[in-house]
Write a protein that binds this ligand. Structure first.
Ligand code: G6P
Length: 609
């Protein structure tokens, strides 16, 4: 959601900014712009729509000269996508330019004050307010750092803000609060960005900017300050993945590449927490004596992360016999939940989702311990949680998550098994069998991927469907809600996921001739029951497809479209059943000519409410 890039160094800035913004396209945006300093003057170019428009307007960067600049991709919040609302914004004299990610909550109040002080506004954005607020304090104190700290003292909300001042033509200043920002340093240049892929080509040495830290970026490096403008020491982190991990690597789309990475992601996540065949949470910091006393778990997340939590709930309750509640982070944060003694697990790929971060803070305020299941190193949720389980999915670029969801499931299984082991709710032999079974998952996912053409053909057959229903019971229902979300996100086909037993209580009225109903059938004794529900829809004209565990004999139904998944322990079937569902969403999106990796209206990392 909005992408920011900044550069100061020996090279021409514009091509570097455009390249960085391209790497951040996955975050979602509807306009883009750059501001580049040249001979003490700021040039601003902005465009509505895709980055290629901005590239054309600047002759791929060659037309805008200067070695210091900031760039931005905007995902509209305040005001429609337009050239005027696009960032960077500047003061009337064009001596200050800024880009911003996040939301300034009290922007209306600040805007009114600035208008009273003689400022004029041209856009509908909160960012123009932010820029003019910095301008106001810069004129008042003639100090670029002070202007930014005064800004921070007066705004409420979230922001990653980068500012250039004409009077400091070789410097970029920045600050952040609750919106991500990283700094990279290399020989002969320094970078800032919303996320690592934007600068990975140039450096692997990265600083994670803390909340309310101000950065001064010069070509020879970065200096960090607190709000009192005192210097703070920071240590860079070395990024271990390479630029190739953030490229498409021969696949047509990031999503397909990421679907194919899932066997490796499962293996890497297992290797992180399983040592010599035993689950080892020492790196995570979760101690056995803490787990032993645990009498409840609350899981929160948004989107697919929430769906991973729903699977986790079934698994933890079944094997560790501890009550689990799963909640949407956006609800948990506001409903003053009654909780004491539970562990709150916050699941988030990005570690920056605003609602999940707020839910984490709410949990901490209630004195609850928190475990983050997060993919992005050094992200806000990871830093604020008491314990962190890092999923090993690597950089995920496609907006629709696949491999991060898969890694979250693995984290959930491991947590459940560890809890069961500590609480002795299952025998040691069962624990060891479960861990052994987990290790077979990468190869089983490989097998499913090798058979992807079957799903491709099925997608061709169903490309014109406008309504799809997913049904299942237990974990089959939990995986259905994820399959349904994938479909909505990227194919734009309306879809619902229903607990199969609930179908009769209303939704079945929507079934008509040709409606596609997809049954997930991996949960032993529950299969027959869901089959009955499928048959009920078939009698009303539905086209039935099923995802079934190999070896299961379905009752005589006449179902023709059956997709088999390899056998595994019933607790882990979501990891296999989700693969055909991801592939179906992917192929339908391709066939419908959609922008698979950057679906309309969506953002990868939702840093606003
Ligand atoms: C957005 C993404 C979803 C994702 C959700 C939670 O809506 O489009 O794919 O599941 O945010 O993101 P997180 O980074 O917290 O997992």
């Amino acid at each position: 959601m909005c992408g920011i890039v900044g550069y100061i160094g020996k090279e021409q800035a514009t091509p570097i900014l455009l390249d960085g913004l391209k790497k951040l396209e996955y975050r979602g945006y509807d306009s883009a712009g750059i501001a580049v300093m040249n001979g003490g003057e700021i040039n601003i170019v902005k465009a509505k729509g895709r980055l290629k428009v901005l590239c054309q307007m600047t002759d791929d960067g060659a037309a805008v000269k200067g070695a210091c600049g900031i760039g931005h991709t905007r995902w509209a919040t305040h005001g429609e996508p337009s050239e005027t609302n696009a960032h960077p914004h500047c003061n009337d004299e064009k001596t200050i330019a800024a880009v911003h990610n996040g939301i300034i909550e009290n922007y209306a109040e600040l805007k009114a004050k600035l208008i009273r002080r003689g400022y004029t506004f041209y856009s509908q954005t909160d960012t123009e307010v932010a820029t003019k607020l910095v301008d106001y304090y810069y004129k008042k104190y003639n100090d670029p750092l002070r202007a930014i700290s005064e800004f921070a003292l007066r705004v409420r909300g979230s922001y990653a803000l980068a500012v250039m001042y004409c009077e400091y033509p070789e410097t970029v200043f920045a600050i952040r609060k609750d919106s991500p920002m990283i700094i990279g340093t290399a020989k002969g240049g320094a970078f800032l960005a919303s996320d690592v892929p934007a600068i990975l080509k140039y450096t692997k040495s990265v600083y994670y900017v803390d909340n309310l830290e101000i950065v001064r970026l010069k070509s020879d490096g970065a200096t960090f300050f607190n709000l009192d403008r005192e210097e703070v020491e920071k240590v860079p982190v070395e990024i271990t993945w390479d630029a190739e991990a953030a490229e498409k690597g021969g696949f047509e789309h990031f999503m397909l590449k990421e679907i194919h990475e899932q066997p490796k992601v499962i293996a890497d996540t297992l290797n992180y927490a399983v040592k010599n065949g035993k689950i080892d949470f020492s790196e995570i910091g979760l101690e056995n004596k803490f787990l032993k006393k645990l009498n409840g778990v609350i899981i929160v997340g948004c989107g697919s992360a929430y769906h991973a939590g729903v699977v986790m709930q079934y698994v933890i309750e079944d094997i560790a016999r501890v009550p689990v509640r799963v909640e949407l982070a956006s609800e948990f944060r506001y409903r003053n939940p009654v909780a004491s003694g539970e562990l709150v697990i916050v699941i988030s790929q990005s570690g920056e989702t605003a609602d999940s971060l707020a839910a984490l803070r709410e949990a901490k305020k209630k004195g609850l311990k928190t475990l983050a299941v997060v993919n992005v190193l050094g992200s806000s949720i990871a830093r604020e949680a008491d314990y962190v389980f890092y999923t090993k999915a690597g950089p995920e670029i496609s907006v629709a998550t696949t491999k991060a969801y898969t890694a979250q499931l693995i984290a959930g299984y491991l947590f459940a098994i560890k809890l069961a082991e500590v609480k002795k709710t299952v025998d040691a032999a069962v624990i060891s069998a479960l861990v052994t079974e987990l290790k077979t998952l990468p190869e089983k996912v490989e097998r499913l991927l090798a058979d992807k053409e079957k799903i491709q053909k099925f997608a061709a057959e169903t490309v014109d469907k406008n309504n799809v229903f997913f049904i299942g019971r237990g974990i089959d229902y939990a995986v259905g809600i994820e399959g349904s979300l994938k479909l909505k996100e990227i194919s734009y086909i309306h879809s619902e996921a229903y607990a199969a037993g609930e179908l009769k209580h209303g939704t079945i009225s929507l079934i008509e001739k040709g409606t596609l109903v997809l049954g997930v059938l991996t949960q032993g004794a529950l299969i027959e029951k869901t089959v009955s529900n499928l048959v009920e829809t078939q009698s009303r004209g539905a086209l039935i497809a099923t995802v079934v565990t190999q070896g299961v004999r379905l009752p005589e139904t006449g179902f023709e479209r059956v997709f088999y998944v390899p056998e595994t322990d019933s607790h882990f079937t979501a990891s296999l059943a989700v693969i055909p569902l991801q592939l179906l969403a992917y192929y339908l999106s391709v066939l419908r000519g959609n922008d698979v990796d950057k679906p309309r209206n969506l953002a990868k990392s939702v840093t606003v409410e």
